[in-house]
Design a binder for this molecule. Sequence first.
Ligand SMILES: N[C@@H](CCC(=O)N[C@@H](CS)C(=O)NCC(=O)O)C(=O)O
Length: 209
Amino acid sequence: MTKLIVYGTPLSTYVRTVRLLLESASLDYTLKGIDIFNGENQSAEYLSKHPFGKVPTLEVDGELLYETTAITEYLNIVFADHKFSPSEPILKARMRQIIGIIDNYLYAPFGTIVIQSLIVPSQGGKTDSDLVQKAVPPVQKSLEAIESVVVSSPYLLGSELSIADFYVIPIFIYLSQTSEFEAITAQTPKLRSWWDKVSQLENVKKVAV
Ligand SMILES: N[C@@H](CCC(=O)N[C@@H](CS)C(=O)NCC(=O)O)C(=O)O
C-alpha cells in the first residue's frame, strides 16, 4: 500500500490545503510535524527535503514532492480519480486562477493580518494596527476577485468540492477569527454564505485544530 507522509506545521494554510484533499479523499497519511515557528524548517534535515524550507512537503513511497499546487494536483490525479478538479475547461481554469490569486496577491497581506491580529497578541505582544490597516485592502481586493469568478453552488466551482475550496478554506479559518472579518468580506456575500456552509464540514473542523 502506498505510504503518504505530509511534512509540515498543522497551523500552516498550505499544509491544511493538502490535508483537506487527503481527508476528503479518505486517504491514509501520516503528518510529521515540522515547526516553522522554531526554525525546524531551516534545519539541514528538512532542507534536504525542501530546499526552500517551506511547508508542506509530501513523501510518496520515498519520493519527495513540494509546492502545494504540484502536491494537490498529483494526489487528485493518482488517488482521487480527478474528483477534486472540475472537468469543464473554464472551471478548471478558474480553479487555477483562484490558486494564482491566493499565491501571488493574497497570501502576503493575509499573512500580515494573521500575524498581527492573531499570533502577536496570543504571544503577549501588541498588534501593529497600521500594518493591519495596510493589509486589509489587498486582501479585500483578492477576495473580491475570487468572488467574481466563483459559482458557489454550494462549493466554489459547483456541486463538488475542488482544490479551489481546499485553498480558500484555510484562509477563511484564520480570517473568520479576526475582528477585520466583517469588513474584509462585506463585498463578498457569495464567499460569506459559502463559508457558513463549508465551515460546518467535519474535515474542515478536523484540519482547523
Ligand atoms: N509556494 C509554497 C508556499 C508554502 C508556504 O509559504 N508555506 C509557509 C507556511 S503556510 C511556510 O512554509 N512558511 C515558513 C517560512 O516561510 O519560513 C507552496 O505552495 O507550498
